[in-house]
Every structure is written in structure tokens, then in C-alpha cells.
Write a protein that binds this ligand. Structure first.
Ligand code: PMP
Length: 284
């Protein structure tokens, strides 16, 4: 693979970041994942805007302009011959060559790294045809989940708890209400109404969430943004998650309870189709 590090396109084996980098030592870093379909970027604009917001919230410098970012994404997709896959982007606060809790001086250069992941069959996903099994776990993450930091240890552990339980993923619960999935936003559908948690500092403001809610409303589907419990989701007709890397993923089981007939629900399937069709059309 050819990767991008601080201005250079290099073979992945030659790419280097300092061991003192605050991304490495302190998870002082933010990221974005943009999907690629037909060699084009899905909702690049949304990801660029959220990246800027994450950087601003953490007083981190922008490593380059939005146009340069688009150029880097496109060049990596081309150099790595990606038809379907992902572009991962990470920006860290960099390093001044030592470890300290105090931020380095403002003129410290941020570190920017991008790489691609080739994922043939991303759109026509076998997993989406079967649907995901979910377990619920406690949400013990920090209070600024709206900032897309690389503090992914607990979500990663959550995914492992799910695997161990024979499931695919976990939804997290705080104060009795579902926050989100380990790497996706969470929804259920009851009597034709799509329910999902409202935006706040408690969840990531999903780029796919925004697009899917807009498309749902355009399709005259009812959407309610409100807090919900895992028991409501278990009693639902269907459920699904959204993320840039899995689009709309039907959920067929929660904590061992099958939803509906235990296969992907009609609204989740329809939203997946609409999302793929419209976002491929708008891809850049
Ligand atoms: N919530 C969390 C915790 C996530 O990690 C992700 C994926 N990065 C999402 C939601 C979905 O966001 P998006 O649609 O922008 O990928």
C-alpha cells in the first residue's frame, strides 16, 4: 500500500511517526473514515466538516485545507487502485519530542496520516443480507463522544464482548438509555416510526445518520429523535445501525431476542438501498 504521512506518499513500510507523538502516547488525535464506492468518495464534505469541528473542539491546528484533503484522498484511492473500500484519516497534536501532559507549543506541527483499506463487496455486503446480532453493554466512555477521537479501547473491548457472546456488535447503555453502537449509530422501528437518540455530546454525530434521516424524511417515513431503552428496541419490529463503513446495517437480534421474523426488516433494507443509490450518485 501507498500511504500518506505529513506531505509524503510512501510505501507503508517506510512511513514513520515519532514515538513521542501525542496520538500514540495520549490518544490526542482525531480521525475520519470515508468510504469509497466505484472509486469515488462517499460524503467527503460531511467528513471534512466534522473533522474541522473535532479539531476545533480540541484546539488542534488544521493540518491542511479541505481542498488539499480531497486531493490526498483521491490520490490514495488512485495509487492503491481502490474501487470499493475505505480511506482512514488521522490527525494528531504531534509532538515536541518529549512526553508531557501539557500540550506542546502552538507552533507544533500536527501529524496527518492517511491510508486506504481495500474492501471488495462493501456495498453488496453478505453481512447486511443476514443482519447483525447485537448485545447490550454499559457505556463507560468519556463525556465528549461527539468528538471523533481515537480513544477506541472501550468500543474495541465492546466488540470483543460481542464476539465472545456469539454476536456481531454491541449497543451501549447509559442511565438506562441506549447511546450508540461501538462504531455506529443505533435505531429501531416500531409501527412504522424510526426512533434514534437525539444529537448531544453523548454520541457521535454520524455522517451517515444525517444523510439517512434526511432520506427517511424524503421517503415520508416518520422519524422520532428521542431517548430509548434497550427493552423498547427488543420489542421493536426491526432495528438497524448506520456508519460510513457499513452504511445501513439491519439488526436482527438484541440480547438473544429475535426482532420480527429474525431477518432484516423492510425499512432497514429500503433505507440501505436508498442510501447507497443516492450517495453513489453524489460521490466525488
Ligand atoms: N458512533 C460511533 C461511536 C462511531 O464510531 C461511528 C463510526 N465512526 C458512528 C457512530 C457512525 O458515524 P459515521 O456515520 O459518521 O461513520
Amino acid at each position: 500500500r501507498t500511504v500518506y504521512v505529513n506531505g509524503d506518499y510512501l510505501p507503508e513500510t517506510e512511513a514513520k511517526v515519532s514515538i513521542f507523538d501525542r496520538g500514540f502516547l495520549m490518544a490526542d488525535a482525531v480521525y475520519e473514515v470515508t468510504s469509497v464506492l466505484g472509486g469515488k468518495l462517499i460524503d467527503f464534505e460531511g467528513h471534512a466538516v466534522r473533522l474541522k469541528r473535532s479539531l476545533d473542539e480540541l484546539d488542534m491546528a488544521e493540518p491542511c485545507t479541505k481542498d488539499e484533503l480531497l486531493e490526498i484522498h483521491r490520490k490514495l484511492v488512485e495509487l492503491n487502485d481502490i474501487d470499493e473500500g475505505l480511506v482512514y484519516l488521522q490527525v494528531t497534536r504531534g509532538s515536541d519530542g518529549d512526553r508531557d501532559f501539557v500540550f506542546p507549543s502552538e507552533d507544533t506541527k500536527p501529524t496527518i496520516v492517511l491510508f486506504t483499506q481495500n474492501k471488495p463487496g462493501l456495498a453488496d455486503s453478505a453481512a447486511a443480507k443476514v443482519g447483525a446480532k447485537i448485545i447490550s453493554i454499559e457505556d463507560i466512555r468519556w463525556g465528549r463522544r461527539d468528538i471523533k477521537t481515537v480513544q477506541l479501547l472501550y468500543p474495541s473491548m465492546g466488540k470483543m464482548m460481542a464476539k465472545k457472546a456469539g454476536a456481531d456488535d454491541a449497543w451501549m447503555i447509559e442511565d438506562g438509555h441506549v447511546t450508540e453502537g461501538t462504531s455506529n449509530n443505533a435505531y429501531f422501528v416500531k409501527d412504522g416510526v424510526i426512533v434514534t437518540r437525539p444529537l448531544s455530546n453523548d454520541i457521535l454525530h454520524g455522517i451517515t445518520r444525517k444523510a439517512v434521516l434526511r432520506m427517511a424524511e424524503e421517503a415520508q417515513l416518520k422519524v422520532e429523535e428521542r431517548l430509548f431503552t434497550i427493552d423498547e428496541a427488543k420489542a421493536a419490529d426491526e432495528a438497524f445501525t448506520t456508519s460510513a463503513s457499513a452504511f445501513v446495517m439491519p439488526v436482527v437480534e438484541i440480547d438473544g431476542v429475535a426482532l420480527g421474523d429474525g431477518t432484516p426488516g423492510p425499512i432497514a433494507k429500503r433505507l440501505r438501498e436508498i442510501y447507497l443509490e443516492e450517495s453513489i450518485k453524489a460521490a466525488v
